[in-house]
Design a protein around this ligand. Structure first.
Ligand SMILES: Cc1cc2nc3c(=O)[nH]c(=O)nc-3n(C[C@H](O)[C@H](O)[C@H](O)COP(=O)(O)OP(=O)(O)OC[C@H]3O[C@@H](n4cnc5c(N)ncnc54)[C@H](O)[C@@H]3O)c2cc1C
Length: 459
């Protein structure tokens, strides 16, 4: 490790390969490793290190890339010839008891935050996977717990602190530097500054979390999808609804799992919320459970198992047109998975998708979110899994209205991520705050987009 006025920095040219590789990719979740090489990595453990890193990048004339939790599928933090600011060691969770607003550092994970909040009887609707960093998650909008009716996680952001591309430290909220605050809720990995702190409104933690699940043979995917789609839009507003195509140990073939997780104040309320599912489920399921007690901790464990570490991942996603014939359009995605660990997910987004959004960059969604997650271990299966995603998505994409930044890879597919006006405004805000492209923007094919940003055209 080298030192620049006490800055914890690992220079590519001065470090052992082992030290450099640990700093370059050791915190990257996806083991399909990028062949991109930063000039140095700053392992910031306080805000001053981030300011100092920006000044150093200016002096050296290099770009800055950013890592919070390291969970972007395409490893957006790893960029050629950039100075990578890794915030993994910079940690803060400070709750203001009176307002219920919690100040967090961007590398804080959903599980860390909710573990701290649980003691106070509070909850933050962060990401489903325990170890996703709040930094990347919130900037792109954040599909957190019960997003379909509790809203986007970024709607709970009250303010942020940033270090700008020219090294200034600013507070951004509705009143101060409000264009940056606007952009921070939906710009994703093209945000034109470094967020050093989020101020988040928490919610009371519901005391009773209960789940119902129904497993259908893959041959009955269409009936299962048709059923869940018909009840989802008007279903109880504290209930998360997902439909997953996956392999389960008990079955040789893949299955369709429809699950409902409700967050309530009593057992009776949970049963009342979940009863309509029990009353309407088509009698085609292989297995079911009703209003089974669970907890956020248990849910995190399940999510962790579904998204194992040390694996290779290739993903893609769409928002389907509200009126699409979802069961036809998604049949192949749900029933032809290329490996036993892969899964396909449909996430109900209504009624949030039917409500007007606050004025913020995030401006794209529909009733139906669909994501493909292929998961495998061996490099020899890269071609199989990558081509499955590409081929299946080619057929689904014509039914889409756009895409969610969080499960995207702009190097592979580029489409629409924001409403027309919001997309234009975002690119202007980015140019104002990061005119030289000092902070790496969206990683498109060849890493060319820089200060220009993405075209935001539906493909
Ligand atoms: C297993 C798994 C489960 C997931 N589940 C969900 C889910 O339930 N809901 C959901 O919405 N998404 C989910 N995602 C997607 C995830 O939210 C995104 O990949 C997100 O970008 C990860 O954030 P990160 O900070 O961990 O990633 P990083 O790779 O550290 O950051 C990604 C990029 O975001 C930008 N960025 C991050 N922090 C900052 C900052 N402080 N200032 C400025 N720019 C910054 C940078 O461009 C950075 O390169 C999941 C991903 C994985 C791998």
């Amino acid at each position: 490790m080298g030192s620049q006025d006490s800055l914890p920095i690992i220079w590519k040219a001065e470090s052992t390969t082992e030290d450099y590789e640990r700093a370059r990719i050791g915190r990257v979740f996806n083991h399909r490793r990028p062949k991109r090489y930063p000039v140095a990595i700053v392992e910031a453990d306080k805000e001053e290190h981030i300011v100092e890193a920006v000044r150093l990048a200016q002096t050296k004339g290099v770009r800055i890339s950013i890592r919070s939790g390291g969970h972007s599928w395409a490893a957006w933090s790893v960029r050629d010839d950039a100075l990578l600011v890794d915030m993994g060691k910079y940690r803060q969770i400070e709750l203001d008891d009176e307002s219920g607003i919690v100040a967090v550092s961007p590398s804080t994970t959903g599980r860390q935050l909710n573990t701290a909040l649980r003691e106070k009887g509070l909850l933050f609707p962060g990401g489903h996977c325990p170890d996703v960093g709040l930094g990347g998650f919130l900037l792109q909008g954040g599909m957190g717990w019960v997003c379909r009716s509790w809203g986007w996680a970024c709607q709970y952001v009250k303010a942020i602190d940033v270090v700008t591309a020219d090294g200034r430290q600013l507070r951004c909220n509705e009143k101060e530097n409000n264009d940056l605050f606007w952009a921070a809720r939906g710009a994703g990995p093209g945000f034109p500054a470094i967020v050093t702190r989020f101020y988040l409104q928490t919610k009371p933690l519901p005391s009773h979390i209960r789940g119902s699940g129904y497993i259908f043979p893959k041959n009955n995917f269409k009936e299962a999808m048709n059923w869940v789609k018909s009840i989802a839009n008007t279903f109880d507003e504290d209930t998360e609804i997902v439909c997953v195509g996956l392999y389960l140990p008990d079955y040789a073939e893949s299955v369709t799992l429809v699950s409902f997780t409700t967050f309530k104040g009593s057992d009776a309320d949970a049963v009342t919320a979940l009863q309509p599912v029990e009353d309407s489920v088509p009698n085609l399921y292989l297995q079911k459970w009703f209003s089974r007690p669970t907890s956020l901790q248990q849910e995190y464990v399940q999510q962790g198992l579904a998204n194992p570490e040390d694996h290779r991942y290739c993903c893609d996603n769409v928002y389907l047109h509200n009126e699409s014939n979802v069961e036809d359009v998604l049949e192949e995605a749900f029933t032809t998975l290329p490996s036993r660990k892969s899964f396909t997910l449909w996430f109900s987004m209504a009624p949030t998708s039917r409500r007007p959004l606050p004025d913020m960059a995030l401006s794209m969604h529909s009733d139906h979110y669909l994501a493909l997650y292929t998961i495998w271990e061996d490099e020899k299966d890269d071609q199989l899994c990558e081509s499955w995603v590409r081929n299946v998505m080619n057929k689904i994409a014509p039914h889409s209205v756009g895409q969610y930044l969080g499960d995207s890879d702009f190097q592979v597919r580029n489409t629409k991520y924001w409403g027309e006006e919001q997309g234009k405004r975002l690119m202007q805000v980015r140019k104002k705050w990061n005119p030289e492209g000092r902070i790496c923007g969206y990683l498109d094919n060849g890493d060319q987009s820089g200060a220009e940003g993405l075209p935001n055209i539906l493909q």
